[in-house]
Design a protein around this ligand. Structure first.
Ligand code: ZN
Length: 83
């Protein structure tokens, strides 16, 4: 699925199973579990295979019947404000 060269550095994109990954879609957020994500072994850039993005589309557009729905906490990351 992966194993190609990173677009941004000299690293190699390695497949890694991620327990939970949140995707931003134009109609909201979708969380997938046990996703094979491609992660560059040098810079850490994440790649998503087209089949994963297709699945996100399906679920976001209500065709893929999600197993369940979980609320996703969303926060701004602002450095230095939490004290
Ligand atoms: Zn890279």
């Amino acid at each position: 699925m992966y194993g190609y060269s990173c677009e941004y550095c000299e690293g190699t994109v390695k497949e890694r199973m991620v327990e939970k990954e949140v995707f931003k879609h134009k109609s909201g957020f979708v969380m997938l579990e046990n996703v094979p994500v491609g992660i560059c072994d040098n810079c850490g850039y994440r790649y998503y295979h087209s089949t994963i993005l297709k699945r996100v589309d399906e679920i976001a557009e209500d065709k893929g019947s999600p197993k369940r729905t979980e609320p996703i906490p969303v926060a701004q990351y602002i450095y230095g404000l939490a004290s």
